[in-house]
Design a protein around this ligand. Structure first.
Ligand SMILES: [Zn+2]
Length: 157
């Protein structure tokens, strides 16, 4: 792998660590160019094909990790929850979905999983998510509507 600082072609892995979930590896690399000698980190992730999401109206769409993460993040705004905790919730949700099916998954199941994990994580985040989500039954629309629903949202803070 190239050094991102000096473009040198030779870099050496000085440390590899398997991350907690066993799904990614973190590598510390050092540039072999003595004048540069800088270090940087790379991550290796296992890529898993997630099932297609079936929406309430029957439409199908590709599973979108970022969308679910954004929804969880929105619900947890200004709550004492770390990004690492949010990522763990997402990992668990993905694991549960894959246990359910590798072909298709109902969007309702995804929403219910989000609610289940939020309930264990933080009561305020859970109420925020559940109150808005129940109206839409869709994580995507939860994110889209959160601005329009700001008043309703404020009363829960
Ligand atoms: Zn370098």
């Amino acid at each position: 792998m190239k050094c991102p600082f000096c473009n040198n072609n030779d870099t050496k892995v000085v440390d590899s660590r398997l991350l907690k979930n066993g799904m990614s590896i973190r590598r510390r690399r050092r540039c072999e160019n003595k004048e540069c000698d800088r270090r940087f980190t790379t991550y290796e992730h296992i890529e898993i094909q997630m099932p297609v999401v079936v929406k309430v109206d029957g439409r199908r769409e590709t599973f979108n990790r970022d969308k679910i993460f954004n929804g969880i993040q929105k619900a947890c705004q200004k709550r004492p929850i770390s990004t690492e905790q949010l990522e763990r919730v997402l990992e668990n949700i993905e694991k549960n979905i894959l246990e359910e099916s590798t072909k298709e998954v109902n969007s309702v199941l995804i929403g219910n999983l989000v609610m289940m994990y939020l309930r264990n994580l933080d009561p305020v985040a859970y109420i925020r998510f559940a109150s808005v989500y129940r109206k839409f039954q869709d994580v995507e629309e939860f994110v889209n509507d959160i601005k329009g629903d700001e008043e309703n949202f404020n009363t829960l803070r």
